[in-house]
Design a binder for this molecule. Structure first.
Ligand code: HEM
Length: 385
């Protein structure tokens, strides 16, 4: 570690238990510099202030344009308006039966009264099937998409810009092929989210192929990265907290609040970036225009100053304080889809099993940054046979 670094986000002790490491940083150095993440912001109040001031804190914090993630108003406003309807109540109601069917099939396929590795037995298949069903993509993409998200995570951890660009290009080609098939099909193209996106306009102009691919890449990262992590985190948390399992089995109306609270305690998405447009102070740190800020969701949502004991599970917390889906103009547009899918999965898992238990012999292995949650988590799944 070079002398001017406050911490090393890729140090073995950080990667071994990232949440505990971020907890320590929030206390020790709430705005911390590192070569890899530049200025990491750990406290809830600082993150909230940055999210609510998108004029001072721009989202153009990467050399790659990402629609709409890396855009600022007014450009962001127009693109955001084009994608929001894909997650509105009508679309969610249309998707719900398919979503519940997928959950039921995945839970039915879990081995009875046996140890099951839930990342590859449940979480990744869940995310792949949901993604392809929501966008109208073929099952033949399951394997390439799974490999792609793994390669993307490896490239991000390496910090190698060329590797990151190469992985993005690989994904783009897969999507361009899908778009080509739809273009060739003309009127016969399926009526699904991907085809609808191809006919979308922003400021009166059709989306370019680059823009469509970028939108789909961001949705894919949301689904395959964050949703798979969420399923692993939730399933393991329920297994480790039998009283909560019983409570939710008895009263499924509590699932919404429980879902958001579990993912507050253990974030499925570690961080996002911003860059100041002018010199600005954040906490004790003076940040120059153009420098990078990394907002650590996995820390801010555990800040004692707001939540008291970060590990205390409570169903009566103020939802406005939970940063799970962000705050402000970039708040997650996919949140209605994420909630629908996760709630359907929790309900199917609890309804289709009698009891979930963590394995005594095999403690869970943490995912490696930038992924969150688990690389491997083994549960004993008990059914009534
Ligand atoms: C549990 C699952 C998810 C979590 C925790 C999550 C969390 C977040 C957060 C915190 C942000 C704000 C980023 C920022 O302020 O820079 C965000 C933005 C975004 N999310 Fe999600 N997300 C999830 C699932 C999804 C899904 C399923 C999709 C799409 C299919 C999606 C698409 C997006 C997009 C496009 C943005 C950028 C919005 C903008 O810049 O205006 N997310 N998400």
């Amino acid at each position: 570690m070079t002398p001017y670094q406050d911490w090393d986000p890729r140090a073995p002790e950080v990667l071994a238990d990232p949440i505990a490491a971020y907890d320590r940083m929030r206390e020790r150095c709430p705005v911390a510099h590192s070569d890899y993440l530049h200025h990491s912001v750990f406290r809830h109040a600082d993150v909230m202030r940055i999210l609510q001031d998108h004029t001072t804190f721009s989202s153009q914090a990467s050399r790659f344009v990402s629609v709409p993630n890396s855009m600022d108003p007014p450009e962001h406003t127009a693109y955001r308006a084009a994608i929001e309807p894909y997650f509105n109540a009508t679309r969610m109601a249309e998707f719900e039966p398919t979503c519940r069917q997928i959950c039921a099939e995945l839970v039915a396929a879990l081995q009875h009264n046996a140890s099951t590795e839930i990342m590859f037995g449940l979480a990744h298949p869940f995310a792949l099937r949901m993604q392809c069903a929501f966008l109208g993509w073929p099952k033949t993409l399951y394997e390439p998409l799974l490999q792609w998200i793994n390669k993307k995570n490896v490239a991000t951890l390496s910090g190698d810009a060329h590797a990151i660009a190469a992985v993005a290009t690989e994904f783009d080609q897969t999507i361009r092929d899908l778009l080509k098939v739809r273009r060739q099909a003309g009127d016969q193209a399926p009526d699904d989210a991907t085809t609808r996106l191809m006919h979308e306009t922003v400021n009166g102009k059709p989306l370019t192929e680059e823009e469509i691919v970028s939108i789909l890449r961001n949705w894919t990262v949301g689904e395959l990265g964050t949703m798979a992590s969420s399923v692993g985190i939730i399933a393991y948390y329920l297994a480790a907290h039998p009283a909560l399992q019983d409570q939710l089995r008895h009263d499924p109306s509590l699932v919404r609040a429980a879902n958001d609270e579990i993912l507050r305690i253990h974030a499925p998405l570690i961080a996002n970036r911003r860059t100041p447009t002018c010199p600005v102070r954040v906490g004790a740190a003076q940040i120059q225009a153009g420098e990078r800020l990394t907002l650590i969701w996995a820390s801010a949502n555990r800040d004692e100053a707001v939540f008291g004991d970060p590990d205390e599970f409570r169903l009566d917390r103020d939802p406005a304080l939970n940063l799970l889906y962000g705050v402000g103009i970039h708040a997650c547009p996919g949140a209605p889809l994420a909630r629908l899918e996760l709630e359907a999965m929790i309900q199917a898992l609890l309804a289709g099993t009698r009891h979930l238990e963590p394995s005594d012999e095999h403690p869970p292995m943490p995912a490696i940054y930038p992924a969150s949650g688990y690389r491997q988590a083994i549960l004993m799944i008990r059914h009534d046979d």
